[in-house]
Design a protein around this ligand. Structure first.
Ligand code: FNR
Length: 342
């Protein structure tokens, strides 16, 4: 193995990781996770087509890099704070498209991940996500193509099969094709959160593979950093990836086990949403997930009814922060977004 392959694998060793979550894993949540102590953060899944159709802009007003489609929708927003720690997850079923999408972002991210675990019908019908698990040749082609053309580390995120042998066979094919790490959600396509996570499958994978294994799927038992270490120990995995527990309270990444009150976490999140001009819809969605059962009541109803970030900042009494950010942004008389070559 070359030095650079070693470095690529090393990126995923002994890390606490924010897992990919559609609509949740946008820039403010990723930065929040890093601030609390996460080592790596995955983006929400971005479909290759969408990325390919977007253009890269340097957004000086926000200090971000934006990938924006023809309708002005930001497909992916990132910034220098996360550059060495953000893994962009692509939804794909085609090696060439995967490469084009990855080439567009490779200078702005730490690594590229391929979603091979999403069981949603949108993914399966499109031959993406968990549909790939049944197409080992295509999986290898995608990984090999990415490894040949992309300078950054390449990882995959999979679900397990009912059979441990079949699971290990697929994992070996993924390793053989050159992947630098594999995140394993210990459930089959048909299993739901109420089914136990197959931690023994993850442990078997960790024993079998040489590349780092990232254990995922045990959020029900993860309430703080110590629980993540227990999950790591139980599975003997190199690293741990947490999704749902982090969505509910991102301070679980704090290595000192200091879990913050959800209200405080929401305020920190909201400041980042304002700072990075996150859309109102996405900000509301994330806050409501953090509020959980509380979203039906009081503050939850207010957030659900809010029409803009200013209103939400009023609800959480951080209007001064909101005004300051708006004023500093106005210093850019013309908020000029300058297209750059890719
Ligand atoms: C997910 N998950 C997911 N997985 C993935 O590979 N790409 C994605 O975009 C998403 N999106 C997503 C959204 C939401 C709201 C949830 C709750 C989950 C699956 C997720 O990353 C993880 O594999 C599972 O939730 C199991 O891990 P936890 O939650 O037990 O830590």
């Amino acid at each position: 193995m070359t030095n650079s392959e070693n470095d690529h694998n090393h990126l995923y060793r002994n890390k606490m990781i924010l897992g990919p979550m559609v609509r949740i894993g946008t820039l403010p949540m990723r930065i929040l996770a890093l601030q609390y102590g996460a080592d790596l953060v995955y983006t929400d899944e971005i479909i290759d087509f969408k990325l390919i159709k977007s253009k890269r802009y340097v957004n000086d007003a926000l200090g971000t890099i934006d990938f924006v489609d023809d309708d002005g929708v930001v497909v992916f927003r990132t910034c220098s704070l996360e550059k060495d720690r953000v893994i962009l997850q692509i939804g794909t079923n085609d090696p060439d498209r995967a490469v084009i999408a990855a080439q567009m972002v490779e200078d702005d991210v730490a690594g590229i991940d391929i979603n091979m675990g999403c069981p949603k019908s949108f993914s399966i019908k499109g031959g993406m996500g968990a549909a790939l698990l049944r197409k080992p040749d295509l999986v290898q082609n995608i990984i090999r193509s990415l490894k040949a053309k992309i300078r950054k580390p390449i990882s995959c995120k999979i679900r397990v099969f009912d059979s441990l042998d079949s699971t290990l066979n697929l994992l070996k094919l993924i390793e053989e094709a050159g992947a630098n790490a594999i995140a394993i959600h210990g459930r089959t396509i048909d299993e739901r959160p109420r089914h136990p996570n197959r931690n023994d499958y993850i442990r078997a994978a960790a024993y079998t593979l040489n590349i780092p294994v990232i254990a995922n799927g045990d959020s029900c038992r993860i309430n703080n950093y110590e629980d993540m270490k227990i999950f790591q120990e139980k599975t003997r995995a190199s690293s741990v990836m947490v999704s749902r527990s982090a969505m509910k309270n991102c301070s679980i990444f704090d290595p000192s086990n200091m879990i913050k009150d959800v209200d405080d976490v929401i305020k920190e999140y909201l400041k980042l949403a304002i700072r990075y001009d996150n859309t109102t819809g996405n900000t509301k969605y994330c806050i409501l997930q953090m509020l959980g059962n509380m979203q039906e009541y009081g503050i939850g109803k207010l957030v659900a009814g809010a029409r803009d970030l200013k209103t939400i900042s009023d609800i959480y009494e951080i209007n001064d922060y909101y005004e300051n950010i708006c004023n500093s942004r106005n210093l850019y008389k013309q908020i000029s977004i300058i297209p750059t070559s890719i």
